[in-house]
Design a protein around this ligand. Structure first.
Ligand code: ADP
Ligand code: ZN
Length: 213
C-alpha cells in the first residue's frame, strides 16, 4: 500500500502514521521529522529550512521534493510506504506523479481549526525517538518521559501560538487544495479526527481495510 496522509498541522498525522506503519509493516516518512533532523544537525538544508518552519511557512517545494525522491528510491519502500506531510502543495503532488509513483489512497484526517490550536499547545515530542504526545489527550505514563524510549519530551519551536495560526493559514491556502486534486483521481478518503487517539485509529483502520491483502 502506497499511502499519503493529509490533514491540518496537529491533526494527528504523525500519530496515525506510526500506527499504520506498525500494522502494515511499511515505513512511514515524515518530511517534518526529516527537516527537524536537518535543523538539529545544522546542515545547510536545515539552516535554510529553519526560518521557514519557525514562521509557519512551507519549505520551498524543490527542497522537499529532493528529499522525498531520495527516500522513495531506496529499497525500504519496495513493499509500500506512508507519506506523512508530503505532498503539501499542488506542485509537490505533481512532482510525485512525475516520479511515476503509484498512490493507492490519500487519507485526510479532518479536524476543525478551533481544536487544532488547543491540540498544538499541549503537544510534546520525544527528543529520542520523535514520538508525539499530548499533555491531555495522549499523555505519557510518566510526565515528560517517553513511554517507548524513556528520553525527555520537548515542545516544538513551531508550536508557539502565533506560528500555529500561520501554519493553519498556509494549510488552508496551499495544502487543502490537494483534497480536490486527489478526489479528482478517486483517491481521497476522509476520516474525522476524534478526541481520543484510539478512536481516530479505529476510523483510519476501518477506512483502510479495503487495502488489506
Ligand atoms: P505539522 O503537520 O504539524 O505542521 P510537520 O512536522 O509535518 O508538522 O511540518 C513542520 C514544518 O515543516 C511545516 O510547517 C513546514 O514548514 C515544513 N514542512 C514539512 N513538510 C513539508 C512539505 N512537504 N513541504 C514544505 N514544507 C514542509
Ligand atoms: Zn521516545
Amino acid at each position: 500500500m502506497n499511502l499519503i496522509l493529509m490533514g491540518a498541522p496537529g491533526a494527528g498525522k504523525g500519530t496515525q502514521s506510526a500506527k499504520i506503519s506498525e500494522k502494515w509493516n511499511i515505513p512511514a516518512v515524515s518530511t517534518g521529522d526529516m527537516l527537524r533532523a536537518a535543523v538539529k544537525e545544522g546542515t545547510p538544508l536545515g539552516l535554510a529550512a529553519k526560518s521557514c518552519m519557525d514562521e509557519g511557512k512551507l519549505v520551498p517545494d524543490e527542497v522537499v521534493i529532493g528529499i522525498i525522491k531520495d527516500y522513495l528510491s531506496s529499497d525500504k519502500c519496495n513493499n509500500g510506504f506512508i507519506l506523512d506531510g508530503f505532498p503539501r502543495s499542488i506542485p509537490q503532488a505533481e512532482a510525485l506523479d512525475a516520479m511515476g509513483v503509484k498512490i493507492d489512497a490519500a487519507l485526510s484526517i479532518e479536524v476543525a481549526d478551533e481544536k487544532i490550536v488547543e491540540r498544538m499547545s499541549g503537544r510534546r515530542i520525544c527528543s529520542g525517538c520523535g514520538a508525539s504526545y499530548h499533555v491531555k489527550y495522549n499523555p505519557p505514563k510518566t510526565e515528560n518521559v517517553c513511554d517507548s524510549c524513556s528520553a525527555s519530551l520537548y515542545t516544538r519551536d513551531d508550536d508557539a501560538a502565533e506560528t500555529v495560526l500561520n501554519r493553519l493559514t498556509t494549510f488552508h491556502k496551499i495544502t487543502e487544495p490537494l483534497k480536490d486534486y486527489y478526489a479528482a483521481k478517486n483517491l481521497l478518503i476522509c476520516v474525522e479526527g476524534q478526541e481520543k487517539v484510539e478512536d481516530t485509529t479505529a476510523a483510519v483502520m476501518a477506512a483502510l481495510a479495503k487495502f488489506e491483502a
